[in-house]
Design a protein around this ligand. Structure first.
Ligand code: HEM
Length: 308
């Protein structure tokens, strides 16, 4: 009899403990789950993070305004450089925010962002390589942080968003509770001399794969539109030029003006950033050429003295 009652009790207690455990787990992870849910759906104005935009640019122009905030407990100044920009749907824009640490010790901040109207969240895309998660600012350091975004042309055909003509991107920095794996914001500080290390941070394309546009490994002095396996716009494949420093500078300032009909949707308006990007592409190409020269010398030697 006793045994039977105990078994019955266990039948009730075990599922009850399991349910309580699951509920506690859900509560514990709810901020993370909520963030993942918002990122996947755009709910609450959460913007999307993408590797690249390879889509089309439409003629419709909308205004994007910027707003910046610092949560209590983070002694930073954080401000947008441009108050607003006009963009065509699908066109990428690079804008900047300035962050300054007001104290004499390094501090790690964490950025969150959303857009209003909230219904536009799923159409507002930030390019992944310019997202800011855990970021360290050294004592009294001040940096300009680039943000690259585009608004998906599908916004114009959604009944919920088709009448929207202004979107506000709002950034808030909090003091980080996870400072261990922070990246250093000094990667964005421009120096007086060309700085290939900073340039590397600003290049979104991969070097060895066609991903965000054609692969850029060895692009310096390469013929335009000639990366193997990449489907260029007719304008770029038929462009008769090599990527010299001067041509790269004109391309990065305004690709669609330099080669009419080209598809690269981003402009790098800041001169020091263009200079550093070009220094990086030049250095990278020279290193790549050195590596293949060494390889062919080694190959030649191996041919002269083949193994028995
Ligand atoms: C700011 C850093 C960037 C640099 C230095 C850069 C550089 C270049 C260069 C040199 C080319 C021509 C390559 C060739 O002829 O083989 C190119 C093409 C291209 N880039 Fe970029 N790019 C940058 C950012 C981006 C971004 C952010 C995107 C898109 C997300 C992008 C998308 C493209 C596309 C689609 C093409 C091919 C254009 C066409 O076929 O007309 N680029 N880029």
């Amino acid at each position: 009899m006793m045994k039977l009652t105990r078994r019955r009790n266990l039948k009730v207690v075990v599922p009850a403990v399991a349910v309580i455990g699951i509920m506690l787990g859900v509560v514990g992870y709810s901020p993370t789950l909520y963030r993942l849910f918002c990122a996947a759906t755009g709910y609450g104005g959460t913007t999307q993070r993408v590797d690249s935009d390879m889509g089309t640019v439409s003629g419709r122009v909308i205004t994007v305004q910027f707003d910046s905030n610092v949560a209590p407990g983070l002694p930073w100044r954080f401000e947008q450089v441009q108050r607003e920009v006009k963009v065509r749907l699908g066109e990428q824009q690079l804008v900047s925010f300035t962050a300054e640490n007001l104290t004499d010790q390094a501090i790690v901040g964490h950025a969150t962002f959303n857009v209003t109207p909230q219904t536009t969240g799923i159409y507002f895309n930030k390019i992944q390589c310019f997202c800011f998660d855990e970021e360290r600012l050294n004592a009294h350091q001040k940096v300009d942080m680039p943000v690259v975004f585009f608004v998906d042309p599908a916004l114009a055909s959604d009944p919920e968003t088709r009448d929207v003509d202004t979107i506000t991107l709002s950034y808030t920095f909090f003091r980080s509770v996870n400072p261990e794996n922070a990246k250093d914001l000094s990667r964005f500080i421009a120096s007086a001399e060309p700085d290939p290390v900073r340039g590397e941070q600003l290049v979104c394309h991969a070097l060895g794969a066609n991903k965000t546009g054609p692969m850029l490994g060895g692009v310096f002095e390469r013929k335009a539109g000639s990366a193997a396996g990449y489907k260029y716009s007719p304008a770029l494949s038929s462009a008769d030029l090599d990527w010299s420093a001067e041509n790269l500078d004109r391309w990065l300032s305004d690709p669609r003006k330099f080669i009419v009909g080209a598809r690269m949707p981003v402009r790098v308006l800041d001169e020091a950033s263009r200079r550093d990007i070009i220094a990086y592409l030049d250095k990278e190409t020279r290193e790549m050429n050195d590596r293949s020269e060494l390889k062919s010398v080694a190959q030649g030697a191996a041919n002269l003295h083949p193994k028995e």
